[in-house]
Design a protein around this ligand. Structure first.
Ligand code: GTP
Length: 314
């Protein structure tokens, strides 16, 4: 569709003129919602850079990620949260849910994402966790998928009557104009206080972390729906030299059959994952990347608290 702009094409906000501390506004904004509603897409568009992985596969966001955007007097510190898992109760899912709850404790406002026109049990369950006096803004995302906009009005009215939302914002996370509009709306909820980060900071995550996210994204993108979301990636080696970064990483899967899916016929798929990832990493790191990838089977890792900690989930 012609009115949809990918995040990389969203125009940059003008450069920063210094803002006296007394005029600065800054706050934490949580982004919550059930899997696949568009949280990562939104946060990447808001900070105008890819910091959170997106895929068609539900449940691909696992870590608390902050995206930072400073514009005018406002500094937004966005917190991405894992999609709330309600169906299965593994140790991994319990950890994910704990992360969501701890994030919500200390934010200034909550962006509660749903797909426009849809509000199911899983959405309701996520919303139930958003109580606690923080302003909750309903973001009705994927507006572009609604063919007849008039059918949306009764739904919006119903949502307004049923819940006490601070604002209701129907929008398309992929549309530049909607992102700018959302920023204006959310700006009102930032308390007056000095910025937490330098004006040009985009995330508090390390490059090493962004590398593992990039690898995980390529893994899911290129295996499609075949691979269970419990597959993960561990960085074994990360060595930076001037102009060259050496990375060795292992994809951890649960079954022998999953290993086959990742490697593909004659190793073709793993090769493709590697070359796609290397290209993106070279841009991200601004250096040549030497990338080595391995695949290992660790049955039941998503059920083991010890493995979850070892693989970097908090
Ligand atoms: N049509 C349309 N698709 C969108 C929009 N926003 C996101 N998507 C798509 O929806 C899918 C899921 O988006 P994500 O951003 O990965 O969703 P998420 O909520 O972070 O998902 P989890 O990581 O599972 O929690 C992707 O295919 C996105 O491209 C939108 O405004 N319109």
């Amino acid at each position: 569709m012609s009115d949809i702009t990918p995040p990389s094409e969203i125009p940059e906000t003008p450069g920063h003129t210094p803002v006296p501390e007394a005029d600065q506004h800054c706050g934490l904004i949580a982004i919550v919602g059930r899997p696949n509603v568009g949280k990562s897409t939104l946060i990447n568009a808001l900070v105008r850079q890819k910091i959170s992985i997106t895929s068609k596969k539900a449940q691909t966001t696992r870590h608390r990620i902050t995206g930072i955007q400073t514009t005018g007097v406002n500094q937004f510190v966005f917190v991405d949260t894992p999609g709330f898992q309600t169906r299965h109760s593994t140790a991994l899912n319990r950890t994910l849910n704990r992360t969501v709850l701890s994030v919500l404790g200390d934010v200034d406002a909550v962006l509660f994402l749903v797909e426009a026109g849809r509000f199911g049990e899983a959405d309701e369950e996520v919303l139930a966790h958003c109580k606690g006096g923080k302003p909750v803004l309903l973001i009705a995302n994927k507006l572009d998928t609604i063919v007849q906009r008039t059918t949306l009005m009764p739904w919006l009215q119903q949502m307004q009557q049923r819940f006490d939302f601070a604002e209701i914002v129907p929008m398309t996370a992929r549309r530049a104009a909607d992102i700018v509009r959302l920023q204006d709306i959310v700006g009102k909820y930032l308390p007056q206080q000095p910025w937490f980060y330098d004006a040009d900071t985009l995330t508090d995550r390390s490059e090493r972390f962004l590398v593992s996210e990039t690898l995980r994204e390529k893994l899911f993108r290129l295996t499609g729906d075949e691979l269970p979301y419990t597959s993960t990636v561990v960085i074994d080696q990360y060595e930076e030299k001037p102009g060259l970064t050496r990375i060795a990483a292992t994809f951890i899967v649960e079954r022998e059959a999953h290993k086959g899916m990742v490697i593909g016929k004659g190793g073709e798929r793993l090769k493709r994952i590697g070359s796609d990832a290397r290209q993106e990493l070279q841009t991200l790191l601004g250096a040549k990347v030497h990338l080595e990838l391995w695949v290992k089977v660790r049955s039941g890792w998503a059920d083991s608290e010890e493995h979850i900690r070892a693989y970097g989930y908090e």
